[in-house]
Design a protein around this ligand. Sequence first.
Ligand code: SAM
Length: 277
Amino acid sequence: MVEITAKSRCVVRPPVKWAGGKSRLLPQLEPLFPDKADCLVEPFVGGGAVFFHLQPPGAVLMDSNPELVNFYLVLRDEPDLLLADLKKHRNTIRYYYRLRSVNPGALTCVQRASRFLYLNKTAYNGLWRVNSRGLHNVPYGYYKNPRIVDEENLRGVHLLLKNATIMLADFSRVLEIAAPGMFVYMDPPYHPLSKTASFTAYTAGSFDEGEQCRLAGVFRELDRRGCRLMLSNSDTPFIRELYRGYEIKVVTARRVINCRPDRRGPVTELVIRNYDG
Ligand SMILES: C[S@@+](CC[C@H](N)C(=O)[O-])C[C@H]1O[C@@H](n2cnc3c(N)ncnc32)[C@H](O)[C@@H]1O
């Protein structure tokens, strides 16, 4: 067993801003992580706040967003080419919309990763949101000095990713790698608090109640296989019912992504675990 502790961690920030990112919640999550684990598995890695915080010696990072996963793969395998391409971008409205309209399928992997990070840094609210056809549809952000190339942090991220297996995959594929002792942190798109309050547009598909039930089934199967499990979700009766029988802790979060400022106040969220401590 390898320890996950704060001893030898370096300061590396998540390289992208991501809806539902867990950076602000880390002080509340920290006491809930297991002391020891063989390996960290994140089936919904997103911006990777937990991975970059824990910096485990081994990890499997999965997500169903092809642009995000391509970015991590390129940063892990071709950091110099990526940094060189990133330095070519310009922060103007014309350039932004021109690059946004480019079909990522027509680009090299490095160009795609570079376009992804550029749009993440210069789009309104730093959002990555796609329409039903999978096309990025966030307007230009008008930021004066967006940090498109934070070379020092990107090099730190590259070093951490070198120990990680990175997969473009549906969360259910975690069952292919699950082994006793693994720590699996699951941070899916949240069950909406109301019919209009959801943000699940990370990818072209939607994450509805059927998906939440499918995820709960995977959670129970991983539990049977002896993995240590921690899952974040919204505090709704549906989610509490879905994970009845497991330990449920309440944490307080500040919701950032809501177009109405009056709906950005604190909300409670659930952390569901199959272990104590
Ligand atoms: C709440 S975000 C994760 C945030 C992350 N923990 C962070 O700190 O930035 C949810 C992620 O799940 C991914 N996702 C959505 N549906 C998925 C699926 N079926 N399988 C795997 N990943 C999925 C989205 O692309 C998104 O990155």
